[in-house]
Structure formats: C-alpha cells, structure tokens
Design a protein around this ligand. Sequence first.
Ligand SMILES: [Zn+2]
Length: 342
Amino acid sequence: MIIDCHGHYTTAPKALEDWRNRQVAGLKDPARTPSPAELKISDDELRESIEQNQLRKMRERGSDLTIFSPRASFMAHHIGDFNTSATWAAICNELCHRVARLFPDHFIGAAMLPQSPAVDIRSCIPELERCVRDYGFVGINLNPDPSGGHWTSPPLSDRYWYPLYEKMVEHDIPAMVHVSTSCNACFHTTGAHYLNADTTAFMQCLTSDLFSDFPRLRFVIPHGGGAVPYHWGRFRGLAQELKKPLLKDHLLNNIFFDTCVYHQPGIDLLTKVIPVDNILFASEMIGAVRGIDPETGFAFDDTQRYIAAAPLLSTEDRHKIYEGNARRVYPRLDAALKAKGM
Ligand SMILES: [Zn+2]
C-alpha cells in the first residue's frame, strides 16, 4: 500500500475561493460578510474536483491513500482575526471531511487550525478536537508563522505552543509543520517561505529540549525537510557545539521528513542522509510544482519514481517509506486502516 502523507485540497470548486473573497471583503465592509451557509458545494462538484485531479493522478501513479488537508496557501492565518480564521478553518476542514467520506478508501483528513497571530494557541483546540472526534482526522497542519512571513510568533519550542502539544499527545496525532502564503515580498510562498519554515522549524527544535518535555510529540517536516538533509553535517555540528545529544537521540524519535523533493538527486541525498525510519512518502500533489520535468519527461511531483529508483533503498526500506512509517507516525490512520482489515 502506498500512503501519501501530504495532499491538499487545491482543486476545490471555485465557490470556495469566492466565499473566501467575500469573507475578506467583509473585513472592511461587514455588510458583505457571508455566512458559512451561503457556501453551497454539492457532492457531485466535490466528486468531480477530486476524480479529475488528485484521484486520477493517484490511480495513474499507483498511490492508494492520501492524508488530505485544506489548501495550505489558502490558510492565510494573517488575514483578519481569530473569528475569521475559525470560520474559514471550519469550512475548509469540513470540505476535506466530505471528500474523505465520498472516497473513504483514498482520502483521510488532516486539519487546518484556526490560528491567528498573537492569539492564544488554546483557541485552536476546539477545532482540532472536532476534527479528530467528528471527522476522524488523523493529523493537523501547524503553522509556525501565522503572520505569513514576518515571524512574529515565538519559536515552536516556546511554552506558548504547549497547550496544543498536550492535546496532540492526548489524541496521538502528529503535526505537519506547514506555513501558509507569504505576505512578505522577500519570500516567495512555495519557493522560499515554505523551505525557510521547514529549516527554521527543525532548528527551533534542535536548540531546545522540546522533546524532553514531550517525548511522544511528533512533527512531520514537509518538502523533504527544507535545507536540513543537505546540511545535516552543519546541524550535527551545531548540536555538538550546543552540548545537545546526537541528533538521532535528540530529534529523530520525534521529527520525520516527507519526500516532496522534486528530483532524483534530492531523494538520493535524503535517503542517504536521513534514516529510512524517518522518511514518509509524499508528493504534495496537486500542489506548487505541476509541470513536466523536461529532463525526465515525467511530472516533477511524481515522487514515486524517485523512491522507486533510489539506489540505496531495499524493498523493506520502500515499504517503510510508503506505508510502515506513516502507520507509526499517524496511529489514528493505522487504527482506521486496521478497522477496515487493512
Ligand atoms: Zn503542503
């Protein structure tokens, strides 16, 4: 079985974006604020948006199940206040839940949180619990920078985040550390901000003792871990300077990397540097990079080809990357599959 731990609903019917545009317009002119009930998307529209897109490509490429969360760049936690984010997150999560209900063999949800800059992180817990309890979601996306590229929140190791971590541990769900759109002109959203955030999140964990406080807390760092695998020696050296334990003991019981690296040399490096137990298959399809690589003739984001061709991986390694590790990092996913006899 091939589990893709990183998919977003990037292909939602246009009515969703229209509703969001009205919500944003309502921040200036409250009379224009739409109610959630004004968003009407039928099951047929949902089905079509998935069958023609993500599910079609999953079938072409041979992946079975995608952990599916709202479109990351649309989270835009910097817009409006907590109520803006709360309404928006509830709508986006419900759509992912409906997709998972329509295609239960192929999609299972992960939640967007209603984060808002400088707002107590406890405000996100009711939506998290609703998604786990009512929707059967198996993870969350945690935005370390809800300001959208200005980094006004404390680091992930700060006690600010601890109430959320307590809930994650209680419900045994991991977080994918995932920023949203950049509203800082210096940082391109998917080319710079995302990779910066992946690297930054790792370093915030490295300099702290977060996982001593939360030994069962788990983060998936997407996009292949940003710059981390490539600079593994720098990070090992910095940890040594800081008198931290070896990274395998300090961080690798808690931090995992996905395979959203869009060329073979990148995957070869990832699988050479990072232990196979810490790598989870993902494509982030349909996402930031949708084109065909002229050097290979295949889609950049068809990451299964790179895993299949990675010279260092055994059959057993590939099984871990495709399925075993995801079941371990997302125990609720494992339980949901086992309940179906899988
Ligand atoms: Zn993503």
